[in-house]
Design a protein around this ligand. Structure first.
Ligand SMILES: NC(=O)c1ccc[n+]([C@@H]2O[C@H](COP(=O)([O-])OP(=O)(O)OC[C@H]3O[C@@H](n4cnc5c(N)ncnc54)[C@H](OP(=O)(O)O)[C@@H]3O)[C@@H](O)[C@H]2O)c1
Length: 311
């Protein structure tokens, strides 16, 4: 029987993944939020519909069709603040994933009690129109050749085998804890700052290096103890690795920047909000992180007022 794969979250990452998963000769369902779309998301939904139709991906808006069923893989590609809601929906519908795969930036507490694989994704994804070519839209992937990184567990090795059938490079890696923290540093110095500075990765590196250095130092100080296992694996040139990693995204705007521009909620708690939380827990001061979060909150309030006045 063909495997059943559900991808939850019909955004940039989820749509890309669901379309690629069709290469595994599997039944692939892309589950959307079922929420009514505003003007900006309505256009995005058109891209998702076109790509899914082209690839043969079934779209669903609730788990009702899978009620009481076992599913081979459930990939969750929603924002971190929506993950616990997905877990509740799965529970309500008695859907039993054999393996859950979590694809997100930042760090959260994993709410699942079945085998769960956290993936570190080095790519950046954007929808782009391709008039007159293919189905007229594609997902542009930055760093497509870099592998998805997972912990070296039995469940992750199953995910690795599945992804390889879809020509997606991945690796169940013994140094996962370090590689996750490395990505956290890259996101931590860039994602929320790209909103406040209104620029892409190149712009950040050229014009905001001092702020990024301060954020780097604070992340380093605060994560050192709670993530001691990862810090043990850190090479001496870790600082260069973080900033060279960021430079590889060049003109790409971090996903947080896209979310801000689209009027969407921003992942804060799992990124620099996590740094603030750990700083509080350990009684540490993080002034650059505080300034970043404070400026961002102001901008979100201002954006809220602007969105309200155009309704
Ligand atoms: N985009 C990138 O370049 C990139 C790269 C690496 C990692 N990431 C991480 O990957 C994750 C997904 O990012 P993304 O850019 O794909 O986000 P996105 O474009 O905002 O897509 C997330 C999707 O999840 C949907 N959703 C929310 N709650 C849901 C639910 N209960 N059931 C089904 N769908 C639900 C949202 O629907 P609504 O719009 O209706 O809320 C939205 O379509 C994030 O953690 C992000 O930080 C992104």
């Amino acid at each position: 029987m063909e495997p059943c794969i559900v991808v939850v979250g019909g955004g940039r990452v989820g749509t890309y993944l669901a379309c690629k998963m069709r290469q595994a000769r599997a039944r692939v369902l892309l589950k959307g939020s079922g929420r009514k779309k505003g003007k900006a998301s309505y256009a995005l939904q058109g891209y998702v519909d076109t790509l899914c139709e082209d690839a043969g991906v079934e779209q669903i808006s609730s788990f009702e069709t899978l009620r009481n069923q076992e599913v081979d893989f459930v990939f969750i590609a929603t924002k971190t603040y929506d993950i616990s809601g997905v877990q509740e929906e799965l529970k309500e519908n008695c859907v039993r994933p054999k393996v859950v795969v979590l694809i997100h930036n930042g760090i959260i507490k994993d709410p699942f009690d079945c085998p769960t694989v956290r993936v570190v994704v080095p790519q950046g994804y954007d929808f782009v129109e391709t008039p007159g070519k293919g189905c007229g839209v594609k997902i542009l992937v930055k760093n497509e050749d870099k592998p998805w990184i997972m912990p070296n567990t039995e469940a992750a090795r199953k995910v690795e085998a599945l992804l390889s059938k879809c020509n997606m490079p991945s690796c169940a890696h013994p140094h996962f804890s370090y590689l996750m923290i490395r990505k956290f540093f890259i996101n931590g110095v860039a994602n929320l700052l790209s909103i406040v500075a209104d620029t892409n990765c190149n712009g950040l590196l050229q014009n905001h290096r001092k702020t990024m250095d301060n954020l780097y130092d604070e992340i380093y100080k605060v994560l050192q103890k709670p993530h001691a296992d990862a810090f043990k694996l850190m090479p001496d040139n870790f600082y260069s690795i973080v900033f060279e990693g960021l430079a590889s995204y060049s003109e790409h705007h971090p996903s947080s920047w896209h979310d801000f521009k689209a009027g969407s909620q921003i992942e804060i708690e799992s990124l620099n909000g996590y740094v603030k939380q750990l700083a509080n827990d350990q009684g540490m001061q993080v002034p650059e992180t505080d300034a970043l979060l404070c400026k961002l909150q102001e901008m979100l309030k201002q954006r809220g007022r602007e969105l309200e006045s155009t309704c």
